[in-house]
Design a protein around this ligand. Structure first.
Ligand code: SF4
Length: 238
């Protein structure tokens, strides 16, 4: 039943927002750094910070790894939380270098998905959402990132239990989707969560998903804990 609903959601949102074709959002290491920069800021700000970082270090990620934290922080200042993100970026680049002998993640292109996911999540501070962003956006793997919008809309639709929380919702939602639906589900639900199924006052009267929505069926009486969240936090460019 939930699988059928998840597939129906993809189809309805394809009609609403247009069918999506996956395109790579860059090299895997680019996607990892972008995802770190995207945390707790808007897509516009994190995009600016990423572009500024690339401009400040034209020699590539190895030069960022070897740079002073302050220089990295100065380069990403426009993205917010620069003083906490700069050491994280430097540390993850250093750890990649120590474990692979290079400052890149090219090898993930030919690594099986489960192995690649295990590799990424073994890094300090890299959780399932960040790993999924790298695997899906950069490599086109069917691994679903669950951000606050995907979680909130999926919960309202009745596809996941709120008690799961974002961290454990990845597997539960992923199991309801065909591999070919994962990318569209993620991108469409973010768009829908920003435009229609917003955190505080979902615009149910103009929503194309109302016919199968638990929240609407229950007259908007679902728990409001997850609904109160409306934080940005995904790759820029969506
Ligand atoms: Fe969200 Fe309302 Fe649409 Fe349900 S009907 S998905 S609660 S906007």
């Amino acid at each position: 039943m939930k699988k059928a609903t998840a597939g129906w959601v993809c189809s309805e949102l394809d009609d609403e927002y247009g069918e999506l074709v996956w395109r790579s959002h860059g090299e895997p290491l680019d996607a990892l750094v972008q995802t770190i920069l995207s945390q707790a800021t808007s897509d516009i700000n994190s995009g600016r910070a990423f572009d500024s970082l690339r401009r400040a270090f034209p020699g590539g990620w190895d030069t960022v790894r070897l740079a002073e934290e302050k220089a990295i922080a100065d380069a990403i200042r426009c993205g917010g939380l620069a003083d906490s993100k700069a050491p994280r970026i430097k540390a993850v680049l250093q750890e990649i270098y120590e474990r692979t002998g290079k400052t890149d993640l090219e090898f993930l292109k030919t690594t099986p998905t489960d192995e690649a996911k295990a590799f990424l999540t073994s890094f300090h501070g890299v959780g399932p959402k960040t790993a999924a962003c790298v695997l899906m956006f950069s490599l086109g793997r069917p691994v679903l990132p669950v951000d606050t919008h995907v979680f909130r809309v999926s919960h309202r639709l009745g596809l996941i239990d709120e008690k799961l929380g974002e961290a454990r919702a990845h597997g539960a939602l992923q199991s309801q989707l065909k591999d070919t639906e994962v990318y569209a589900y993620h991108v469409h639900l973010i768009r829908h969560g920003r435009r229609v199924c917003v955190a505080q006052q979902p615009r149910c009267e103009e929503c194309v998903l109302g016919a199968r929505c638990a929240y609407r069926r229950e007259g908007g009486k679902m728990s409001r804990r997850s609904l109160a969240q409306n934080l940005p936090g995904t790759l820029h460019g969506l």
